[in-house]
Design a protein around this ligand. Sequence first.
Ligand SMILES: Cc1cc2nc3c(=O)[nH]c(=O)nc-3n(C[C@H](O)[C@H](O)[C@H](O)COP(=O)(O)OP(=O)(O)OC[C@H]3O[C@@H](n4cnc5c(N)ncnc54)[C@H](O)[C@@H]3O)c2cc1C
Length: 403
Amino acid sequence: MVIVVGSGAGGATVARELAEEGIRVTLIEKGPEVAEKDAFRCYANTDSEVKVMRTICLGGTTVVSAGNGVRCLEEELNQKGVNLSRYLEETEHELGVTVLPDAFTGYGTGKIVAAAEALGFVVERMPKFINTEKCRSDGRCTFGCPAGAKWSALRFIEAAKDDGARIITGMQVEEVMVKGGEVMGVRSGDKVFTDDTVVLSAGALETPLLLRRLGLPETSNSLFVDTFLTIGGVLKGIGFNEEITMNAAIKFDDFMIYPHFSRHLVDAIAKKGFDVSPRDILGLMVKIKDEAVGTVAGADKVEKGITNRDAMHLSEGASVAGAILTEAGVHPSSLVATPLRGAHPGGTARIGIAVDRYLETEVSGLYVADASVLPAVPGAPPILTIVALAKYVSRIIAEAYRR
Ligand SMILES: Cc1cc2nc3c(=O)[nH]c(=O)nc-3n(C[C@H](O)[C@H](O)[C@H](O)COP(=O)(O)OP(=O)(O)OC[C@H]3O[C@@H](n4cnc5c(N)ncnc54)[C@H](O)[C@@H]3O)c2cc1C
């Protein structure tokens, strides 16, 4: 039997892969099981200077993703001895990653694309894991899709369950039990689950704490988050808030720009004296590869600010975003920025330090499969890479079971 801790991109994949191989799996998730459309109620963002975003519920943070599916860190992982190419291919196929047909490009996004191209920028389409037969183009991806059109880890959890996996929700694993250098199981309160294989997939803010409690190496002082802000202004009646978010990308050396609506913009613009509703705002996200100097000091104790270099890249990006929005018809006097946030926490139990190239820790049978192991700042959506890593470690564990 294998115990998996956490049910997000990493944990759900491991549970599904191993259950499919006929291995008995117990998946333990701290958060509740909620309807997909209600996942936004489970946001548990940190209160650090850069707010780190995640959701604590069955399916983890995948349930509120924007559905962006791109490869990242393939080369960096290769250099660490992990070749993910076949697992990435498999992942893209299973998640149905594709560029959406033109009919799914909203009016506001179209205006942004035209404005950026008029200014000489190259705009790319964003590959998505969204089923267009189900998608209602209602702009609710990051709330939790009401139509179940976007892939989330819930699909893999359902498949794991069908293959006999036991899924426990509302239970926080507090300790990994180890004896003589071998993993023995996990503990939550007075409940003990014994096993000789444990996979930690509690996410980059929690996995390093479980390792630290054991005195194992971790890298909780190298947290990255792909820091971002959203710039927006008034374009009356544009209805951009109801479009598929981030459905295009403009690449620069030090930052990325994506069409993006944020509810934070509404209040900020209203404070400037404009009479606006969410339907009246056009926006762009500026996202950087931040410097990995954040720290996870303890449960709910995350420190993440911005360095001089981060500030420089965010400012450059914001000025380009402002120019594109102005070209698209937004009045410059209405432009505002949201608070700084980060939605890709990772790097806190890095491969080569906390785990070896087989994603195993110094404790025999104790593995990590989540964003913690990523060896560098992605500056790009990491779900495909995390799912591929989880498939990779699942094959290693399954092989060990067959021997
Ligand atoms: C708004 C938003 C939009 C995003 N959009 C995209 C996108 O479009 N594309 C993309 O690639 N990425 C996107 N991301 C990032 C992506 O969702 C994460 O990088 C990814 O889900 C991380 O996977 P993970 O397995 O490391 O952690 P998670 O998916 O966060 O899963 C960790 C799970 O472990 C559980 N857990 C934690 N501690 C314990 C414990 N002690 N015991 C038991 N369970 C525990 C948590 O509750 C959680 O369910 C987005 C993120 C956000 C916030």
